[in-house]
Design a protein around this ligand. Sequence first.
Ligand SMILES: [Ca+2]
Ligand SMILES: [Ca+2]
Ligand SMILES: [Ca+2]
Length: 326
Amino acid sequence: MRKLVSVLFFMVAVLGFGQQTTAPDFPNEASSQAATQQTAVTPERPVQATGSVVYNDGKVDYVGANAKFVITAEDKGSGVKAIYIMVDNSLSGKYVDPITFATEGKHTIGYRVEDNVGNLSAFKMYEVVVDLSAPETRIATDKKVVAIGDALYVGKDTAFTIVANDKYSGVKSVEYAIGEGAFGAYNVAFVLPAQNGLHTIRYRAMDNVGNVSEVKTYTVYLDLNAPKVELSVDPAAFEKDGVKYVPAGARVSVSATDAETGIAEVLYSLDGGDYVAYNFPVVLAPGTHTIKVKAIDLVGNVSEEVSLTLVVDAEEPTGSLVPAQK
Ligand SMILES: [Ca+2]
Ligand SMILES: [Ca+2]
Ligand SMILES: [Ca+2]
């Protein structure tokens, strides 16, 4: 505020104008003096941005590349002699050609009008934000993404969010496409088609003055396949009447494989107990036992449960010699 006041004072001092009795004015910028002097046909505002989309967020105008600013003025009576301008707070003399800005960000155009008999209008200030950069974009997911080598893997039901941020005018729209499909509007998080394998998402965003980001691609492998698990026992079971027998000290092992991401966890449950981590082969006590196993891959796919029931036969067989009867 102090700056503006000093600027105004400076303008008056430099231009050396005195009383404003029948000052020229800007259309629709009614001052107490101008109110009775307005002409009927007036442009909407004295500073007009041209050559670019103009977006107003309710506070300030935003423009894109190639914007030019035209100042219009009119005067009852002697007519407009000159418009004096002050661009980005530095005195720029008389307005001749439309004003342009080379750099992004906030700019100001201050102006006042002189008529042919020396009346000066009030000093007015126009603020504009030049936005030359497209939104920044990225993809986010609601579940973990596993990187193996150069490849990224996700599990089923992974939702993708496109995050877009814009420095100045704000994000107007975001678009995306999956695979070879056409771009469509992005509004909410989405999931990939339920097909195991590689998928490519393309996406871009546009700001409120028409800057469009480069199309980015995000390629990810959708792993929908659960691991495979197998149970084995060493030494191998002896099967009789559908029952599997093993000796005391037999070891039950689990092997798990996953074709895509690999195994995160192998779990087993003994005789209906809770699932616990499997690390080493399990040695069963004598009697009948059921062991269940399952495995989980790195993106959370859970295998089928595999179960094995074994009878650990720790009884030594008995034998007796009976003399043969004739
Ligand atoms: Ca006048
Ligand atoms: Ca922008
Ligand atoms: Ca898998």
